[in-house]
Design a protein around this ligand. Structure first.
Ligand SMILES: NC(=O)c1ccc[n+]([C@@H]2O[C@H](COP(=O)([O-])OP(=O)(O)OC[C@H]3O[C@@H](n4cnc5c(N)ncnc54)[C@H](OP(=O)(O)O)[C@@H]3O)[C@@H](O)[C@H]2O)c1
Length: 284
């Protein structure tokens, strides 16, 4: 039996991908710095060998909060091919196809496109809904104020369950998805104010959206431990939304899965019911 190696295997998409593949009976190995099947650190080249042992397909999640990782990924791909990996599904991000070639995620996309010793699939998801429950927005929701420099621009937020389901399809049948690029979104684009309103309705507790001052927001996230260059990158992503160029619904989730992408409503209802943001004021 061959292994599917899942980098970022404890993260928002990797964890869900592992569950889907295991439920389907596939042999899976999760990798991360802690809490995964195998200990893997992008900064420790020696950890690549154990992670890649026996793997023939890889879900590639680059190291978090970094912009300098393309060379690390290049070295990883060389070793992966030598170890027998034949397909990589790469978690990129929405809009990366328009980024300059030297931007880290675009550089990795181009690296994969340029290789003929391995097949690839590129996933470009919009902002994850799970940022609201598992990511940096969760404490804001719990405190009742979603403060982001996103203006009143809209975004087609996606449920990480859908990203994981698409990733699973590509890893189970790589030949059917080789060379494909999927721009993955939820079924509707909404503003952060609307998002906050829906969370308020689901929880029965007021959550306000505040259009945060850009410079103050960058300072705030840096204070929370985000490196300066990455904080600037995140602010740039909110600029895109603010300027009206946030993601718009695509049909790519449905094209791969044969069903519609999950919506915001279902997500916030389930999150409120599971008390992800603390007890609801009104039972969901
Ligand atoms: N979140 C979004 O809305 C969004 C939207 C579009 C694209 N993306 C892309 O999705 C990717 C994942 O982002 P995320 O913020 O959602 O994170 P995540 O997948 O929830 O968590 C990151 C995962 O990577 C592992 N990891 C982090 N640094 C590592 C390192 N140095 N070596 C080995 N493993 C490491 C983490 O485990 P350990 O910390 O235990 O190592 C964890 O499993 C990013 O590349 C991002 O650009 C995210």
């Amino acid at each position: 039996m061959t292994d599917i190696l899942i980098l970022g295997g404890t993260g928002k998409t990797g964890r869900r991908l592992a569950t889907i593949l295991r439920d389907q009976g596939h042999s899976v190995r999760t990798a991360a710095r802690s809490g995964a099947d195998v200990s893997f650190d992008w900064d420790d080249p020696a950890s690549r060998t154990a992670a890649l042992q026996g793997a023939d397909r890889v879900y590639l999640v680059p190291p978090a909060l970094r912009l300098d990782h393309a060379p690390l990924v290049g070295a990883f791909l060389d070793e992966a091919v030598a170890a027998g990996v034949r397909h990589v599904t790469f978690l990129s991000a929405g809009g990366v196809q328009f980024a300059p070639p030297e931007a880290a995620l675009r550089a990795i996309e181009l690296m994969l496109v340029g290789r003929d010793d391995i097949t690839h699939t590129i996933l470009r998801p919009s902002w994850f809904l799970q940022n609201l429950t598992e990511g940096f927005m969760a404490p804001m929701i719990a405190e009742g104020t979603l403060a982001l420099p996103a203006g009143d621009g809209a975004e087609a937020f996606i449920d990480a369950e859908d990203i994981a389901a698409v990733a699973a399809a590509t890893l189970v049948d790589p030949a059917a998805h080789a060379g494909r690029e999927y721009n993955l979104t939820g079924p509707e684009a909404i503003t952060h104010a609307e998002l906050a309103a829906r969370i308020s309705a689901a929880t029965g507790r007021e959550v306000r959206y505040v259009d945060a001052d850009r410079a103050a927001w960058i300072e705030g996230v840096q204070g929370a431990g985000v490196p300066a260059d990455y904080a600037e990158l995140l602010a740039g992503l909110f600029d895109v939304i603010r300027d009206g160029h946030g993601s718009r619904p695509t049909g790519d989730v449905e094209a791969v899965l044969g069903r519609r992408a999950r919506g915001v409503e279902a997500f916030v209802t389930a999150a409120a019911a599971s008390a992800a943001w603390g007890p609801s004021a009104t039972p969901a």
